[in-house]
Design a protein around this ligand. Structure first.
Ligand code: FES
Length: 104
């Protein structure tokens, strides 16, 4: 194993799980949300500090799209596939304020 120091300040994992039965984030276009949010961060040269990744199931499958944010360890639910701008603003505002969560 090797390790290296990175400049990542925040990481948002958005569920992209697709189930054969039952509700799932992937069926609510979460992979498109991940791609569009990544694109916006890259266009604004923020992708070295704010990462967005597609995750597997986070648990609340019937509550819209789910995501977990680090380092705050907050779980977001009821996200919609077109919430790209809202999520982008949330991440950038936290970066500007240098806070881990909205509660800080
Ligand atoms: S499928 Fe996304 S939280 Fe379970």
């Amino acid at each position: 194993m090797q390790k290296e120091k990175r400049d990542v300040k925040q990481h948002l994992f958005i569920c992209g799980n697709i189930k054969e039965q039952g509700e799932c984030c992937g069926a609510k276009n979460s992979p498109q949300l991940v791609a569009e949010l990544k694109k916006k961060l890259k266009e604004n040269k923020l992708y070295q500090e704010i990462k967005v990744s597609r995750s597997s199931c986070l648990g609340p499958c019937s509550q819209g799209i789910s995501a977990v944010h680090f380092p705050s360890n907050e779980l977001f639910t009821h996200i919609k596939a077109d919430d790209v701008d809202e999520l982008y603003e949330l991440l950038v505002n936290r970066m500007a304020l240098n806070v881990d969560s909205e509660d800080s």
